[in-house]
Each structure stands twice: as structure tokens, then as C-alpha cells.
Write a protein that binds this ligand. Structure first.
Ligand code: 5GP
Length: 191
């Protein structure tokens, strides 16, 4: 486990669907259990095995809209036809409890967080190539063809937004990517 010396920081990790950011993060969190992964709200239906309050807080469209209207989100975005958002209260609570927090959100949301909290550290996990990314996305067998096409269109826009991120980590090999992510995060904590 790595020692957390300084002030608590908010780390925001984004990457295109299928880039393997979930696997990289899971591995990082296993090695660094002092970090907490934020739980987002979404209007997307749960996938097989996903649990409400664990993977996401699954909200109806009306519930989500109500949170927007009442300014409850630190950030929110529409992604591939669904809405996703991070509750302000949840993040505030985690930081107050002295937790190191990681948000795994899309690039639109990440840039919104940076505007409101310039001290947040934005890290983008890149695929080695677009072809590798499309293959990985298909290999998950969780999305239909139309969704895959829609998500690949998002990739180019996301890569453009990633130019504004603080760091990029290429996921060519899991162990390398995790080591690189650790280097970035631990390095930032020392600042
Ligand atoms: P999935 O449906 O595959 O779980 O997630 C789709 C996308 O939504 C991913 O890029 C994921 O990072 C992003 N996402 C998850 N939670 C949030 C959130 O709270 N806010 C934003 N802006 N994006 C999110």
C-alpha cells in the first residue's frame, strides 16, 4: 500500500468505452485500498450482475431530471443516450471524511469537474489504437451493434477533449498501465 502524505485530492479518470479503464482501475484499487471509487448516478438500465448502490445509483429519467433541477450534481453528462452524474453531496462527504477519491466518468464530465475544482487531477486512459478499442468493445458482448457504432463515434470527440487532461496513460498492457497510473497518482499526492 502507498502512504498518502498530503492533502486529499480528487482524481478523475476517463477513457473511451472498452479501453479497459475499469480493469486498470480495479487493479489499482486492489493495490491501493485507501482510494475510494465514487458511485455515479445513471438513467441506464443495470447490466447483468450490476447492483444498485454498488456499481451505480440507478435513477429513473424523472429522478435524474429532478437532481439537475435542484442543482445536486457536481457534473453530469449525456453519453450514448443515457445520463450519468456525480452528486456534489457525495463527493463533499468523501473529501470531508478524508478519503482519497477517484471519479471514473466521461470526458465531458471530467472537464466540468476541472472548471469547478481546478485542483482536480484529470487522467485519460488511451487505447493503443482505435482498432484495438473497437475489438475490445465487441469482445465484451454487452452492447448491440448500434450501440457499438454510437460509442465509436464518441471516441474521436473524447480523444479531442483528452488534449485538455493533465495526464494520459496508454493501456497497451495491464501491468504497465497500472504502474503508470500509480506513478501519476502517487506523484500528484506528493505535490
Ligand atoms: P457505462 O454505461 O459503460 O457504465 O458507462 C458509460 C460512460 O459513462 C463511461 O465513459 C463512464 O466513465 C461514464 N460515466 C459513468 N459515471 C459517470 C458520471 O457520473 N458522470 C459522467 N459524466 N460520466 C460517467
Amino acid at each position: 500500500m502507498n502512504k498518502n502524505s498530503g492533502k486529499k485530492k480528487l482524481f478523475v479518470i476517463s477513457g473511451s468505452s472498452g479501453v479497459g479503464k475499469g480493469t486498470v482501475l480495479k487493479s489499482f484499487l486492489t493495490k491501493n485500498p485507501n482510494f475510494m471509487l465514487s458511485i455515479s448516478c445513471t438513467t441506464r438500465a443495470p447490466r447483468k450482475g450490476e447492483v444498485d448502490g454498488v456499481n451505480y445509483f440507478f435513477l429513473s429519467k424523472d429522478e435524474f431530471q429532478n437532481c439537475i433541477d435542484n442543482d445536486k450534481f457536481l457534473e453530469w453528462a449525456e453519453f450514448a443516450g443515457n445520463r450519468y452524474g456525480t452528486k456534489k453531496k457525495y463527493i463533499k462527504q468523501c473529501l470531508e471524511e478524508g478519503k482519497d477519491i477517484i471519479l471514473e466518468i466521461d470526458t465531458q464530465g471530467a472537464l466540468q469537474v476541472k472548471k469547478q475544482m481546478p485542483e482536480a487531477v484529470l487522467i485519460f486512459i488511451c487505447p493503443p489504437s482505435l482498432e484495438t478499442l473497437e475489438n475490445r468493445l465487441r469482445g465484451r458482448h454487452t452492447e448491440d451493434e448500434a450501440t457499438i457504432q454510437k460509442r465509436m463515434q464518441e471516441v474521436k470527440t473524447e480523444l479531442e477533449r483528452a488534449e485538455k487532461f493533465d495526464y494520459k496513460v496508454i493501456n497497451d498492457d495491464l501491468a504497465n498501465a497500472v504502474a503508470e497510473l500509480e506513478k501519476v497518482i502517487i506523484g500528484e499526492q506528493k505535490c
